[in-house]
Design a protein around this ligand. Structure first.
Ligand code: UDP
Ligand code: MG
Length: 320
């Protein structure tokens, strides 16, 4: 868990997977941008098969910390390891490929000082191929519909977070794209700031079109978690009751016409009625099971998030 040790101001967290030609120039760019500040830079080598680790190891900067994964676990896992290792009061994740610009970090910190918990980078002038930008537009639109967050560019890695943000935040799958939404839901104050975005000069992008599908599935999980994590029975129960109810109505209609003498054995509606009732009952059972699972999940952690606690028990009874 992040703690602010030794007055360390900033932890720059950089996941790197096969970025051998980018890592050293990035360290230099961060050094230039954060000159005079108390910071550390944590690289998480996510199982690179090129010389990323050797180049990092060859760098003697005392502010550099390196975490090396045994294999490629993905960007979210790499970020999570970096966040857990970070000791700064503010955590600034960024890509290793020089597409984010460290020169933006001081501006993000300034904005954070205006009283926000997160300042989210927004690549307003994004330098990626058209296909990627279009996919991202679609994903952002869908995210707004499903998750209702107010963030334009959730996928931009460059952001600034107060270290408290990560307490109790579990990151897995491709969840790093939804961190601002998850934090907003937990009550943290979010601001946005347009940041510079460059073309990738060295190395290749690690993502292809399949990321859209994974991102969509993760979005469903985030949306479900935000709306129903405390009481999943409300979702599955409502679905179950509606489906079963429809099944009963179909059955009732068929029973009435049967009583009036019309044969119903060959009617597709009969099949539908049976199907709806079975599926509805399954939904309800599923809801009960999920509720039990969630109860176990929340046994060790609260369903709420406390910002501050004041305790007057040791002081006089006065309000002056
Ligand atoms: N990355 C990683 N593990 C992965 C994939 C990517 O650590 O499995 C890092 C990568 O090295 C880069 C950042 O995540 O620093 C963003 O990746 P990339 O530039 O390929 O994504 P894009 O900018 O194309 O969306
Ligand atoms: Mg990139």
């Amino acid at each position: 868990m992040p703690t602010a040790e030794n007055g360390l101001q900033i932890s720059v967290v950089v996941p790197a997977y096969n970025e051998q030609d980018n890592v050293v120039p990035l360290i230099e760019a961060v050094r230039e941008a954060l000159d005079g500040r108390n910071y550390e830079i944590i690289f998480v080598d996510d199982g690179s098969t090129d010389e990323t680790f050797e180049r990092l190891r060859g760098c003697t900067d005392r502010r550099l910390r390196i975490i090396k994964f045994r294999r490629n676990f993905g960007q979210t896992a790499a970020l999570d390891a970096g966040f857990k290792a970070a000791r700064g009061r503010v955590i600034v994740p960024m890509d290793a490929d020089l597409q984010n610009d460290p020169a933006d970090i001081p501006r993000l910190l300034e904005k954070l000082d205006e009283g926000f918990d997160v300042v989210s980078g927004w690549r307003r002038d994004r330098q990626d191929p058209l296909s990627k930008r279009l996919i991202s537009r679609g994903a952002n639109l869908l995210r707004k519909l499903l998750i209702h967050d107010s963030i334009h560019d959730s996928g931009c890695t460059l952001k600034a977070y107060r270290c408290e943000c990560f307490r109790g935040l579990d990151l897995y799958g491709e969840m790093h794209r939804f961190i601002p939404a998850l934090l907003q839901w937990r009550g943290f104050r979010i601001a946005e700031l347009p940041v510079t975005h460059h073309h990738r000069r060295h190395g290749q992008t690690k993502y292809n079109v399949f990321r859209v599908l994974k991102g969509f599935l993760d979005m469903i999980i985030v949306s479900f978690w935000m709306n129903y994590s405390a009481r999943p029975i409300h979702l599955f129960g409502s679905l179950g009751v509606t489906t079963t109810g429809l099944g009963f109505l179909c059955g009732l209609y068929l029973s009435i016409i049967k009583m009036m003498g019309t044969p119903i054995a060959g009617r597709p509606l009969l099949l539908l009625a049976v199907l709806l009732i079975i599926v509805g009952v399954e939904f309800i059972i599923f809801g009960v099971m999920s509720d039990i699972l969630v109860k176990i999940y929340y046994r060790d952690q609260p369903t709420y998030n406390i910002e501050t606690e004041l305790d007057n028990s040791g002081s006089d009874d006065s309000c002056a």
